[in-house]
Design a protein around this ligand. Structure first.
Ligand code: MG
Length: 157
């Protein structure tokens, strides 16, 4: 059995917040506003994994009203999701994701992001593909006010 799942997330950027993306901190003057660390890529990936497993969404499992998730690393969400998948005997086959950000340049950080995400999910970095897009200066993302991410995953049992 093979199943696919899709995920999307967006976080507003504000001065004085750390920019955490794909489980690592990037040098940048602004960072995501969020209850957790606001890692849009980890959140999109988490939603894609939960979707493929038929387990709802990130808000159900890790609600932003729950104090235990305040300021936590979103890699923790991936680690918990990995446990949920293994309870269902579901294995990750492949992950593909797009991060949409006007700045900073993301490509050079992808190897470290793939390493961090793969470590949390217990898979090889080669099973994670990351792509970067800008929004061509258009809309909130294009003005540098937000970062978004999309992910698709394939699971098998
Ligand atoms: Mg989020």
């Amino acid at each position: 059995m093979t199943r696919a799942g899709i995920g999307y997330d967006l976080h507003r950027l504000a001065e004085g917040r750390k920019l955490i993306l794909g489980g690592i901190e990037l040098p940048f003057p602004k960072g995501p506003v969020g209850h957790s660390d606001g890692d849009a890529l980890a959140h999109a990936l988490c939603d894609a994994l939960l979707g493929a497993a038929g387990l709802g969404d990130i808000g159900t499992h890790f609600p932003d009203t729950d104090p235990q998730w305040k300021n936590v690393s979103s890699l923790l969400f991936l680690e918990r999701t990995r446990e949920l998948l293994s309870e269902l005997e579901l294995r990750i086959v492949h992950i593909d994701a797009i991060v949409i950000a006007e700045k900073p340049k993301l490509g050079p950080h992808f190897p470290a992001m793939r390493e961090a995400l793969a470590h949390s999910l217990g898979i090889a970095p080669s099973m994670i593909n990351l792509k970067a897009k800008t929004n061509e200066g258009v809309d909130a993302i294009g003005r540098g006010e937000a970062i978004a991410a999309q992910a698709i995953v394939t699971l098998e049992r």
